[in-house]
Design a protein around this ligand. Structure first.
Ligand code: PMT
Length: 405
């Protein structure tokens, strides 16, 4: 058995579609282009193609059952999940796509897909009516929202005689998608990205605070996308109920002043700063030491301004890329352009937080990217994960431009 850790390892999942035989060609081409290929088959796939074929082609044992242990004493699904630089499922049936969307772990492939941190690429193959079915498309959207990418099926005549969209993409397309996805996992390698996320809480007394509706979803999605591009991520997070993406270093804060101090402590060591947090612009001038009792009189709370964290650090950004967000309720583009100039940013992502499906709390967002050179790039309404991916790609381009200067 050969484990070559110097070249990328692709775990190739083969499922029970008639196109399963074409996975042999995909495996061979991936190996020709310099990848180690380790095949995991579903039970149904083994009825169409023998595991021996893949074992002979790849030089590695093929696993099917969760309890298969090609290396005695090593739990195969964990080892494979950790060893994978990318998991490619080609062909993927409607059934496997559904199991992945639901997070089932009832065989080796689905268990491994839950255990891995590697990017997952799926090349579906099925009857056109099945591919178009709302249930299948809903599962595809669920997986896409989690960062799984799809290599769309092509148009043609199927084995059953039906014609339409459902054929497995051709081998060069699949291999190219693998190579492009792998390249992306490295384009921020060695780059430290500092991200703020979530709200800040400004205490009034020991039980009350001034806060806002930020859930942290947008910032955590940006952290996840930066990690997927190979960055080292430091996430300075206000209070949220979210689980930080595995692999991030998290600094937890409550108030704007604490966030400011944490950013100042981390800023010099970062190459990219992305301010996603909804920082309170004001805080109570005085924090009461004990709970204020209820009375029949009104109560005037005096607020004082918090530091503008983003504007402060961007003044001394040097060669760093500094990205802000703008939460707007009117004249969004105009206000974002002003913030970009006033805060000395390279890029600002503006969202209209009054628009349904956009801004605070929801899982989707509509961002417009506004660049320092005047370019404006409106993005459609999409999952925060997809917005984050677009933003990180924009950052990669800005970094590349800066390095070429
Ligand atoms: O967390 P979610 O529920 O997913 O919601 C996402 C979001 C709506 C919070 C996010 O998409 C967003 O718009 N974040 C920026 C919120 C904000 O504070 O916008 P602003 O226009 O008030 O501030 C402009 C920029 O200055 C922001 O990058 C902000 O982080 C930064 N800022 C603001 C005030 C301050 N005192 N210090 C700062 O650094």
């Amino acid at each position: 058995m050969c484990y070559n850790l110097a070249v990328p390892t692709i775990v190739l999942g083969v499922t029970g579609s008639v196109a399963a035989y074409r996975a042999a060609d995909v495996a061979r081409e991936l190996m020709r282009s310099g990848h180690v290929v380790r095949v995991v088959m579903t039970r149904a796939a083994t009825r169409l193609v023998s595991p021996d074929l893949f074992a002979a082609l790849t030089g590695n044992p093929v696993v099917v059952d969760v309890f298969d242990e090609p290396v005695p004493g090593q739990i195969a699904h964990i080892r494979l999940a950790q060893e994978a630089d990318l998991v490619l499922i080609a062909p993927a049936t409607a059934h496997t796509i559904a199991r992945l969307a639901l997070g089932l772990a009832d065989d080796m492939l689905t268990t491994l897909a839950l255990a891995t941190r590697a990017p997952i690429l799926i090349a579906p193959a099925m009857n056109p009516a099945m591919w178009a079915h709302p249930a299948v498309q809903a599962h595809v959207r669920t997986l896409q929202a989690r960062g799984v990418e799809f290599i769309d099926p092509t148009y043609g005549v199927m084995a059953c005689g039906d014609e339409g969209w459902g054929k497995l993409a051709d081998t060069p397309t699949i291999v190219q998608a693998v190579q492009q996805r792998l390249a992306r996992t490295k384009d921020l390698q060695g780059v430290r990205v500092l991200i703020t996320a979530g709200p800040t809480y400004e205490p009034i007394d020991p039980v009350r605070f001034i806060g806002n509706r930020s859930s942290g979803k947008m910032g955590y999605a940006v952290a996840e996308a930066a990690l997927a591009h190979g960055a080292e991520v430091v996430l300075i997070s206000g209070p949220t109920a979210l689980q930080p993406p595995a692999g991030t270093r998290v600094v937890r804060v409550q108030t704007a002043q604490q966030m400011h101090e944490a950013v100042l402590a981390e800023f010099d060591a970062c190459e990219v700063f992305i301010a996603t947090a909804a920082v309170a612009d004001y805080r109570p001038e005085r924090v009461l030491p004990t709970k204020r009792k209820r009375t029949q009189q009104g109560w005037t709370l005096r607020l004082v301004p918090n530091p503008d964290i983003l504007a402060t650090v961007a003044q001394r950004k040097g060669e760093r890329i500094v990205v802000g967000f703008a939460a707007e309720t009117d004249k969004a583009l105009q206000h974002a352009q002003q913030k970009l100039r006033q805060k000395n940013l390279d890029l600002i992502a503006v969202n209209d937080v009054l628009e349904p499906g956009s801004g605070f709390e929801v899982d989707t967002n509509r961002l417009t990217l506004v660049y320092a050179d005047g370019r404006v790039e409106p993005l459609p309404l999409m999952s925060k994960r997809e917005c984050a991916e677009h933003l990180i790609r924009a950052v990669v381009h800005l970094l590349q431009e800066k390095r070429q200067q």
